[in-house]
Design a binder for this molecule. Structure first.
Ligand code: PLP
Length: 354
């Protein structure tokens, strides 16, 4: 079967080279006569994978020794809870920006740990824009935001100046654009949106922020400091997802790094947004200025064309174009590994509907 054009929001497309190298490592890893699935995480070959997987993140993000990199289980969803457990002081409070379903999920978990102020929200407008008119003062233990809203197709183009720690869920746009990553104190991302398969979550953390919160008896797995002291091997790490993530990041580094990926992502997004804007049948869900380069959520303005459009994109070997169940419509996720040729196939299908 020939490869489909995969617009799935996650787990999602990865570079073909990553699939091939991952498949080879399952049969014989590094030529050692063993599968990556059967070796000890303490073996020299895997420790080298973990060391390099941690190091390459800092190289790509241009971060120094004040940062630590962890590969954890539990998805981005576990980070919704780990962040407040580690950063919210007993009796303190945190500021959250409510820009979508995932941001709301982070807020829900943080409220179980302590006090949360929602400093901005676009919920009443169905998350169709990013709130910008808010201030975050020093009274907060940290500020939490979501850089890209995977479901609604909005993306933060700028980040606020705050007087407190900056925490960001970058699950769906990590490594897709150049940012000054040193502005952030903690970044996390479930791998399965742009940097690897499901099963591992990247956490990048500035060591000095882990001062005492006054919270006693945090479960060990919840404690960033313990993961750091064990070099991301507090328990058995997700060996294979870490390896596949490393392959993805090596592919990125060998192909011009984040700057080159950003240029490709801008070209892909422009191709599709130009079609949506010029084609009277389609419209995005969100305002223009906050449109995402990664997840393009759009709808048909004429419902009677739905059957024809759905049949046409399926016939064109396109996969994963249906919108999230909470929003409906369509969503084209055009992560780093998506070739512009696949976006062109979608654009051609959209043009063929009259
Ligand atoms: C998918 C997603 C999550 C949830 O990730 P899990 O790894 O499934 O827990 C959180 N935040 C954002 C922005 C996402 O896109």
């Amino acid at each position: 079967m020939s490869k489909k054009h995969n617009f799935s929001a996650g787990p999602c497309i990865l570079p073909q080279e990553v699939f091939e190298k991952s498949a080879a490592a399952i049969l014989d890893f590094n030529g050692i006569g063993l599968s990556i699935l059967e070796i000890s995480h303490r073996s020299k070959d895997f420790v080298a994978v973990m060391d390099e997987a941690r190091a390459i993140v800092k190289r790509l993000m241009n971060l120094g020794d004040e940062y630590e990199v962890l590969y954890l289980g539990g998805g981005a969803s576990l980070q919704f809870a780990m962040v407040p457990y580690n950063l919210m002081k007993v009796g303190g409070k945190a500021a959250y920006l409510d820009t979508g379903t995932w941001a709301a999920g982070a807020i829900k978990e943080a409220k179980k740990v302590g006090n949360v102020d929602i400093v901005g929200s676009s919920k009443e407008e169905n998350y169709s824009f990013i709130p910008k008119d808010y201030k975050v003062g020093a009274e907060y233990d940290y500020f939490h935001c979501t850089s890209n809203n995977t479901i609604y197709g909005t993306q933060m183009k700028t980040f606020p100046e705050t007087d407190t720690l900056m925490v960001c869920d970058m699950s769906s746009d990590i490594f897709s654009r150049q940012l000054d990553f040193s502005k952030f104190d903690l970044i996390y991302a479930g791998a399965q949106k742009n940097m690897g398969p499901a099963g591992v979550t990247l956490v990048v953390i500035k060591k000095e922020i882990l001062e005492k919160t006054g919270r006693e008896n945090i479960p060990s797995y919840f404690d960033y400091a313990q993961h750091i002291s064990k070099e991301s091997m507090l328990n058995t790490p997700p060996v294979f997802p870490v390896y596949a993530s490393l392959l993805t990041l090596q592919h990125l580094e060998n192909n011009g790094g984040i700057a080159a990926a950003e240029a490709r992502n801008e070209a892909k997004a422009q191709l599709l947004y130009d079609e949506i804007d010029s084609n009277p049948l389609f419209e995005t869900f969100c305002v223009k200025e906050d449109r995402s380069l990664m997840n393009i959520s759009f709808k048909l303005l004429d419902d009677t064309k739905k059957e024809e459009f759905d049949a046409a994109w399926k016939a064109a070997s396109i996969n994963g174009l249906n919108g999230h169940r909470s929003l409906g419509g369509y969503r084209a996720s055009i992560y780093n590994a998506m070739p512009i040729e696949s976006v062109q196939v979608l654009v051609d299908v959209m043009r063929s509907i009259k």
